[in-house]
Design a protein around this ligand. Structure first.
Ligand SMILES: NC(=O)C1=CN([C@@H]2O[C@H](COP(=O)(O)OP(=O)(O)OC[C@H]3O[C@@H](n4cnc5c(N)ncnc54)[C@H](O)[C@@H]3O)[C@@H](O)[C@H]2O)[C@@H](O)CC1
Ligand SMILES: [K+]
Length: 491
């Protein structure tokens, strides 16, 4: 997992790393600039347009100057727009300013006309993780003007204005891309910043994972390379019992589709035996739609302990016999997955919280989560409350959304890196419930089940949206679950 370091620790990290590597801070800045340019040349290989690089007084501006120098080797259309005289800027800024070649035009922001055309590039090196207050004066005015001009806008490390670990207060540069160094800054993952951050690219500057870990603040990004090691191996003599017997409990009149999608997803994820528990009279539709699923109604199941995992809540509605739910949670002594109305019912009956088996996985979206913990001002508060809840009840909270966050009982938080905007569609959450339940039933540890569940779910959505785009529906995600194993080379 990739450690996400708080902004306030970045300069310490920087110092420790350069002394460990025996390099200078200027060398590290050069690596950052080269890494940025490598990304740029891949994305915009045939660029012949002007590149305007806006450089603030700190090291983010220093990065901008180094980037300008590298660009100037291939084009004469590089313009540096600066805010402060070099002697008032950081040391590495000064060194890079002195190295600027003659073919780069240098303009003070006060003399700049903002005459930028739609094919030009606007590179934002105004502020990075060193921002410590809302923008004002010339910085605020210029960024507001830049947000109004056309052009391809790219931020270096973080869009100028966003604090690295908190929610934006005031003005911010609006980027189409953010090329962030070594690890994503936490606030890049906040939904409040979606319209400023654009697509995120993590540019490697050579600080290896173990080194980063020593500065970690219990926050991590889940990457593709983390996933294969979390999966169980199955042998050639495996039988269906080895792949788990799971049950999805939910459904109500008109909402049996949720159980259908969760149980089909569990099958596609690899479960050997999938059962569904739905209200009496609703079974026909499910049996016709997914004949592989065994369907029960409430009178038919006596012993829930026979199941290796349970997924509770999809389409359940709020007219559930609470004493049944209470008994279910009290008597089952393995982790369960709780979603949707399974969570809403807990919000209405908070005494249920302490009955949830330890290490269970709750998968709320933002609204379900806030019903549980109260309205939150922003993502920062949500993440704090998710962490507290997970620790207090010894459960996993999977807070769904872009960069779904898994909060663990030990206080660690893991952010998912797969998925996309097309997955915001009805039933997408039911699919995730089925997938995590399936992994639990296959004998995965709850942490591994949650991580594999969110990663494969997001990946299935990405694969499906290549052809479906905004026409993607939850059933398409299910169809692409098998392809995620191919993508990750998991047999
Ligand atoms: N290890 C690393 O993380 C590396 C960091 N690098 C770059 O260095 C950046 C951090 O550099 P710095 O710490 O110099 O920080 P910044 O470049 O973000 O700027 C900080 C400066 O701006 C001033 N300032 C802060 N908020 C302001 C505001 N609202 N209005 C006016 N002035 C304000 C501060 O007093 C300080 O002088 C990173 O974001 C990244 O771009 C890279 O050079 C490579 C290595
Ligand atoms: K920036």
């Amino acid at each position: 997992m990739l450690s996400i370091i708080p902004g306030k620790s970045v300069s310490q990290l920087d110092k420790a790393f350069i002394s460990y590597e025996g390099i200078t801070s200027l060398d590290l800045m050069e690596r950052a600039a080269v890494s940025f340019c490598n990304w740029f040349f891949v994305h915009f290989p045939k660029n012949e347009n002007a590149i305007f690089i806006f450089c603030g007084p700190g090291n983010n501006g220093g990065d901008g100057l180094a980037i300008a120098r590298i660009f100037s080797k291939t084009t004469d259309k590089v313009h540096v727009v600066y805010f402060e005289d070099s002697e008032n800027c950081s040391n590495d800024y000064q060194s890079n300013f002195a190295k600027l070649p003659k073919n780069i035009s240098k303009i003070h922001i006060k003399d700049f006309s903002f005459n930028i055309s739609k094919d030009d590039f606007v590179i934002d090196g105004i502020f990075g993780v060193g921002i410590n207050r809302p923008l004002e004066g010339i910085f605020k005015e210029s960024i507001e003007k830049l947000n109004r001009v056309e052009g391809m806008k790219i931020s270096i490390d973080i869009p100028s204005g966003i604090p690295s670990d908190a929610v934006l207060d005031g003005t911010c540069f609006k980027a189409a891309y953010t090329v962030t160094f070594q690890f994503p800054k936490l606030s890049l993952l906040f939904p409040e910043h979606a319209s400023f951050v654009g697509d995120i690219h993590i540019a490697d500057i050579g600080i290896h994972d173990d080194f980063l870990k020593s500065f970690s603040n219990q926050k991590f990004l889940i990457r593709k390379s983390d996933i294969p090691g979390l999966h169980k191996k199955f042998h050639n003599f495996s039988h269906k019992g080895d792949y788990g017997r799971v049950i999805i409990i939910g459904g109500s009149v008109g909402k049996v589709g949720a159980v259908l999608m969760a149980s089909k997803s569990a099958l596609r994820t690899g479960s050997g035996l999938v059962h569904a528990h739905i209200p009496k009279g609703e079974r026909l539709v499910l049996q016709i739609a997914v004949p592989e699923v065994m369907v029960f109604d409430s009178q038919e199941v006596q012993d829930y302990k026979q199941f290796d995992a349970m997924g509770i809540g999809p389409g359940w509605g709020m007219n559930v016999d609470i004493s049944f739910y209470r008994e279910l949670l009290s008597n089952y002594n393995k982790p369960v997955v709780i979603d949707a109305d399974g969570i809403n019912l807990i919000s209405k009956n908070p005494d249920l919280l302490k009955l949830i088996p330890k290490e269970s996985i709750l998968t709320p979206h933002i609204k379900e989560f806030e019903r549980l913990v109260g309205i939150c001002e922003n993502q920062e508060e949500r993440l704090r409350k998710a962490k507290d809840l997970a620790k207090k009840h010894h459960i996993f909270i999977v807070l769904k959304g872009a960069f779904t966050c898994i909060s663990c009982p030990d206080g660690n938080q893991y952010f998912n890196s797969t998925g996309n905007k097309y997955m915001a569609t009805a039933g997408s959450g039911d699919v995730l419930t089925g997938m995590i339940t399936s992994f639990l039933g296959q004998g995965y540890k709850p942490f591994n089940a949650a991580v594999c569940g969110v990663f494969h779910h997001g990946l299935a959505g990405e694969l499906a949206s290549v052809v479906k785009r905004r026409g993607l529906i939850a059933s398409d995600i299910i169809d692409y679950i098998p392809a995620t194993y191919t993508q990750l080379d998991i047999d």
